[in-house]
Design a protein around this ligand. Structure first.
Ligand SMILES: NC(=O)C1=CN([C@@H]2O[C@H](COP(=O)(O)OP(=O)(O)OC[C@H]3O[C@@H](n4cnc5c(N)ncnc54)[C@H](O)[C@@H]3O)[C@@H](O)[C@H]2O)C=CC1
Length: 516
C-alpha cells in the first residue's frame, strides 16, 4: 500500500478487551534487528503454526484500547467527508477504486500482489493474491464451509458486512486515526484520496488472506519494507489497529461481537508484527529510500519523457521490476514506475513517463523535472523478472509506456548471453505513439534471437495480434501496459494455450494506482 500505517503505543497495562477475549491481546509491537536481537523470523516462515497458518505473535505486549464502548460506537456519527488534514491544494487526481501491488506474477494473484494485497505497495501478482474484491455474504458463507480457520471466518464475516459501505468505513477509519493521533497526519499526503484507499484496503486484504500463509507473509514483508520510506515506526501500528477496530465495529453492526473483535485483534497483531519485523530486517542492509538526481530528461512526444536519474548510493534491482518514486513537487505522493532497462554499470536508472490528465506526479516528471532536480526512490519491487532456469522463449506484450520493462527484459536476456527466442509485440494507438521504436529496432538488429513487431491500433488491438503468430507453447509470457490491455492480453494468451502460471505481469491494482 502506498500509505504509512500507524498505531499508538499502549504499554499493555490496561488489560481490557483483547487479552481477556482470548485474542492474544493488543500489543505494542516489538522492534527487532538493528536495535535488539528479539526472536528471529525467517522469511517465508514467519510465525507459521504446525498447520501452515500464521501463529499469533510470540510476545503480546499490550491490551487493546478499543475506540469507545460498543454503545458509544453505535451512536457515533461518522465524520463527514475527508478526514482532517491539510486542505487539498491541487486538482483532483484520478482516484482508483481498487488497487494493490504490481508486477508480474502469475496472473492469479495479482500485481504486486500488494497486493501493495494484499494491498500494499506491491501488486499480487506477485503477492499472490487475487485482486481485491468486495467481500460478499455469499463468499463469507462459502468460506465457512471451507477449511478456513475460525479467525478467518470471523474476519470474512465482518468484511462481508462492511463491504457495501466500504467508503464510509474508510472515511471513518482515517477520521478516527487522525483525530486520535494528529501527529500521524503528516505521514500522509496532503490530498488523501488515493492514499486512504490503499492503507485500509491493504489491511483488509491481508486480513482476508490470513490462511494463505505463503502469499500473505510475502506480501506483508514487502509491505513492511515499503513502509520505511513513509517514516512508519513500530509505535505507529497500534494507532492504526485501534482505528481499524473502531471503524469495523462501527459499521459491522450485526456481526460484531467480542469474538469478532478478538479475531480482528489477533489478525491485526499478526499483520503488524510481520510488517515490523520485515522493516527491521531490511533496515540492516538497505536505506529507507534513495535520493536520485535527474541527469537527463528526454521529451520524446509532447507528453512522454524518458527520465534518467543517478541514485545517491547503489540501487540493486532486477530487470522487469519497478520502484516507487516521489517528486519534490508533491511530497509524500508516491507512484510506481518500471525501470526502462536492466541494471547498468554506471548505476543510472531510466523511466518512461507519460503525463496523464490530472496526473500530479506524471505531469511534474514530464513537464517540470529537469537535470539537477532530486527525486526520492523507494525499494525495488515486482516479480516480472526473467526466469533464467529455463530456456523457454519470451513472448512480451508492451503497450504504450509499458514497453519500458519489456526493454529491460530484453537487455537482461542479452546480458545473460542466452539465445532464447524473444518476441516483442509493441502496441500503440498511432505510429507517433511508438516513441521507443527506434531503440527496440536497434536491439533487434543487434540480437538475432529478438523479433520486434510494432502493432498500431487498427482492426485489432495489441493482444489480438498475438493470435496471428505462434505457436507459443514453449514461451513464457510477459505483459506490461494499461490494465485493459493486460486483462485482454491474459485472455488472449490463455486462449492460445499459454497456462496462467507462465503469464507474468504486475499487479493490476498497482497499475491502476500508478496511473497518474
Ligand atoms: N509494468 C507495467 O505493467 C507497466 C504499465 N504501464 C502502464 O501502461 C499504461 C500505458 O499507457 P499509454 O502509453 O497511454 O497506453 P495506450 O492507452 O496508448 O495503449 C497502449 C497499447 O495498449 C492497447 N490497449 C489499451 N487499452 C486496451 C484494452 N482495453 N484492451 C486491449 N488493448 C488495449 C492499445 O491498443 C495500445 O496498443 C499506463 O497506464 C501505465 O501505467 C507502464 C509501464 C509499466
Amino acid at each position: 500500500m502506498d500509505a504509512p500505517t500507524t498505531t499508538s503505543a499502549d504499554n499493555g497495562t490496561s488489560g481490557e478487551n483483547g487479552a481477556n477475549n482470548g485474542g492474544g491481546g493488543w500489543f505494542t509491537p516489538r522492534k527487532r534487528g538493528a536495535t535488539g536481537p528479539g526472536p528471529h523470523r525467517e522469511s517465508g516462515a514467519a510465525g507459521e503454526d504446525g498447520e501452515g497458518r500464521i501463529a499469533p505473535p510470540s510476545r503480546p505486549v499490550a491490551a487493546i484500547r478499543p475506540v469507545g464502548t460498543g454503545a458509544e460506537r453505535a451512536t457515533v456519527t461518522p465524520p463527514p467527508g475527508n478526514p482532517p488534514g491539510p486542505q487539498r491544494t491541487a486538482p483532483e487526481a484520478r482516484v482508483p477504486q481498487a488497487r494493490t501491488p504490481h508486477a508480474h506474477a502469475p496472473y492469479t494473484p495479482a500485481y504486486g500482489g500488494a497486493p501493495e494485497a494484499p494491498a500494499p505497495e506491491a501488486p499480487a501478482s506477485h503477492y499472490a493474491y487475487s485482486e481485491p474484491q468486495q467481500p460478499t455474504r455469499a463468499s463469507a458463507a462459502h468460506e465457512q464451509q471451507s477449511n478456513a480457520s475460525p479467525d478467518a471466518i470471523l474476519v470474512r464475516r465482518t468484511m462481508a458486512e462492511v463491504g457495501p459501505v466500504a467508503d464510509k468505513v474508510t472515511s471513518y477509519f482515517y477520521a478516527l486515526l487522525f483525530v486520535r493521533h494528529p501527529e500521524l497526519r503528516s505521514l500522509f499526503p496532503a490530498a488523501m484520496d488515493t492514499q486512504r484507499d490503499r492503507l485500509l484496503k491493504a489491511l483488509l486484504t491481508a486480513a482476508e488472506h490470513m490462511d494463505n500463509t505463503a502469499v500473505l507473509v510475502d506480501y506483508l514483508q514487502h509491505l513492511g519494507r515499503g513502509h520505511r520510506k513513509y517514516g512508519t515506526q513500530p509505535a505507529h501500528y497500534p494507532a492504526v489497529g485501534e482505528a481499524l477496530i473502531g471503524a469495523l465495529s462501527r459499521y459491522a453492526t450485526t456481526t460484531w461481537d467480542d469474538e469478532a473483535e478478538a479475531a480482528w485483534v489477533r489478525t491485526y497483531t499478526t499483520i503488524s508484527q510481520i510488517m515490523i519485523d520485515s522493516a527491521a530486517e531490511n533496515e540492516l542492509h538497505a536505506p529507507a529510500w534513495w535520493h536520485a538526481e535527474v541527469v537527463s530528461h528526454d521529451l520524446r512526444t509532447p507528453d512522454i519523457a524518458v527520465v534518467t536519474v543517478r541514485p545517491d548510493q547503489p540501487y540493486p534491482f532486477l530487470a522487469g521490476q519497478y520502484t516507487s518514486l516521489e517528486t519534490p513537487w508533491w511530497p509524500r505522493i508516491w507512484r510506481h514506475y518500471s525501470f526502462a532497462g536492466a541494471p547498468r554499470s554506471d548505476g543510472l536508472l531510466s523511466f518512461h513517463v507519460k503525463a496523464v490528465p490530472a496526473g500530479w506526479v506524471s505531469n511534474a516528471l514530464v513537464h517540470h523535472a529537469r537535470p539537477g532536480d532530486v527525486l526520492r526512490l523507494g525499494p525495488p519491487a515486482g516479480s516480472m523478472t526473467v526466469d533464467h532456469t529455463t530456456d523457454n522463449g519470451l513472448l512480451c506484450l508492451g503497450g504504450g509506456t509499458g514497453i519500458a520493462p519489456i526493454k529491460a527484459l530484453v537487455e537482461d536476456v542479452a546480458e545473460h548471453g542466452e539465445r532464447r527466442p524473444v518476441e516483442v509485440f509493441y502496441g500503440a494507438r498511432t505510429d507517433h505513439d511508438l516513441y521507443d521504436i527506434d531503440t527496440m529496432l536497434r536491439l533487434q538488429q543487434s540480437h538475432p534471437w529478438l523479433q520486434v513487431r510494432p502493432i498500431v491500433d487498427g482492426k485489432a488491438q495489441l493482444p489480438d495480434a498475438v493470435r496471428e503468430y505462434g505457436p507459443w507453447n514453449e514461451y513464457d509470457a510477459y505483459l506490461s501496459g494499461p490494465v485493459g490491455m493486460i486483462r485482454s492480453g491474459v485472455h488472449a494468451l490463455t486462449g492460445v494455450g499459454i497456462p496462467f502460471e507462465r503469464i507474468r505481469h504486475d499487479s493490476l491494482e498497482e497499475l491502476v494506482a500508478a496511473a497518474d
